[in-house]
Design a protein around this ligand. Structure first.
Ligand SMILES: Cc1cc2nc3c(=O)[nH]c(=O)nc-3n(C[C@H](O)[C@H](O)[C@H](O)COP(=O)(O)O)c2cc1C
Length: 409
């Protein structure tokens, strides 16, 4: 156990059930080992239709288990031993079938018996067709499992192997690893980061920009800076060196974070470029798209003639510039605040700006996202979209930081 309560080499018992996402479990084993976990694998009979015990044991470096009636293993009451010699039982992918067995307490194969016999936390990553996920039976099982204390990561929304689109995709491997590390840290918050960004530089922009019209007036937007500040705070808590380039907000800078105050988009661009290199760039600021071409000196006076005409010029695109820069951070994440066609616009932004991830959030009136305490975000990658449930901006920040840590590992 380390000072921050983290298990040093968590022992993960990974149960792979027979879904189409089973092949991803092989990458999951590798990623968990990268995090210092030891991984012991149980394959259901159906899982062995998708991956071989040989592949799982080669990657885990351990024997793979699949038979309940194995004379050699059961001589030591193997199903009990397996469940006890773990810090966490992870089911990934979790099929509808295995979830149903878990919810009703079946124990008719090694996986379900271990799940019934375990005294450890159980984390599951469901993966199935959208109709299977939405079926009343599955939803009843989800409710039962949640009330039994089973932890969930996902499922995500996105394109499915069967050609359909919807909720039911297994969460990204980085998400699952982050959830595992949150669970073994003993945290009640599944996404709480460990010191997983130690030694990394995270550069965050936050808040609105103010574009002056004259000496007293300016163009602004409703951004409060709360989401960006929460990200800076979470990255700091995860051990990163953090630079926060912030437009005008009323929030005190998080402790231990290098805070650079700016006013305009141009100033934000300059401060951001100067703060590079970084390992991660998170562009959360609501940067004004345009500035006033000719800022008037003094205060424009009201006159009987027509109101003053304000001519606008496009501001620099900070996200694109960082993405295309020669000192591009390994991970570049942009936010897309949209009022229409959220996912479609986020996908366009992702390819146009050259970043790795767009965090899309709906800021139309009534959502109370701008200035509010909560956010509903969609993680848009070239490979698909993952929708996170509505949660506090701090929880979104912690999850995003955990995701960054996973991506960097
Ligand atoms: C090609 C194929 C893909 C499947 N994919 C899934 C899936 O993604 N999720 C799921 O819940 N079931 C899926 N199934 C159905 C399960 O394999 C089936 O319910 C099986 O009994 C699950 O056994 P297990 O839960 O013991 O592993 C799939 C079946 C086939 C033939």
């Amino acid at each position: 156990m380390t000072d921050d309560g983290t298990l040093q080499n968590p022992r993960i018992l990974l149960i792979v059930s027979g879904g189409i996402a089973a092949y991803k479990a092989l990458d999951l084993i590798r990623r968990l080992k990268d995090q210092g976990c030891s991984v012991r694998v149980i394959l259901t009979q159906a899982a062995m239709q998708f991956i071989t015990p040989l592949a799982a044991s080669s990657l885990s470096g351990q024997k793979v288990y699949s038979e309940i009636f194995s004379l050699t293993d059961e001589a030591e009451i193997g199903h009990i031993r397996l469940s006890r010699e773990a810090d966490l039982v992870l089911v990934a992918p979790a099929t509808a079938d295995l979830m149903a067995k878990m919810a009703s307490g079946h124990a008719d194969d090694l996986a379900s018996t271990v799940l019934l016999a375990t005294d450890k936390r159980v984390l599951i990553a469901p993966s199935m067709n959208v109709r299977m996920w939405e079926h009343a039976a599955t939803q009843r099982n989800v409710a039962t499992l949640k009330s039994d204390g089973v932890l969930f990561v996902g499922p995500a929304e996105g394109d499915m192997a069967c050609g359909e689109y919807g909720l039911g995709r297994m969460s990204e491997i980085t998400e699952i690893v982050a959830a595992v590390m949150g669970a073994v840290s003993g945290s009640t918050n599944m996404s709480a980061p460990l010191q997983s960004l130690k030694g990394k530089h995270v550069l965050v922009t936050a808040g609105p920009t103010h574009e002056p019209i004259d000496d007293v007036r300016y163009i602004a937007n409703r951004s409060s800076g709360k989401q960006g500040y929460a990200i800076a705070h979470a990255a700091k808590a995860a051990g990163a060196r953090v630079t926060l380039v912030s437009g005008p907000t009323s929030i005190p800078p998080p402790e231990g974070v290098k805070h650079i105050s700016v006013l305009t988009a141009q100033e934000m661009r300059d401060a951001t470029m100067e703060a590079l290199p970084a390992d991660v760039f998170i562009s959360c600021a609501a940067v004004a798209d345009w500035r006033v071409t000719k800022v008037s000196a003094g205060k424009i006076k009201k006159s009987k003639a027509r109101p003053p005409q304000i001519d606008l010029t496009e501001n620099p695109d900070i996200l694109t510039e960082v993405s295309r820069s020669s000192s591009r951070p390994r991970l570049v994440i942009g936010f897309a605040a949209e009022t229409d066609a959220l996912i479609q616009n986020a996908r366009t932004k992702l390819s146009k700006k050259g970043c790795d991830i767009i965090v899309a959030n709906d800021v139309s009136s009534g959502t109370d996202v701008m200035g509010g305490e909560e956010n509903t975000v969609h993680i848009v990658r070239a490979s698909g979209v993952e929708s996170w449930p509505k949660s506090s901006k701090s929880d979104v920040a912690r999850k995003l930081v955990a995701l960054c840590a996973g991506e960097l590992s």
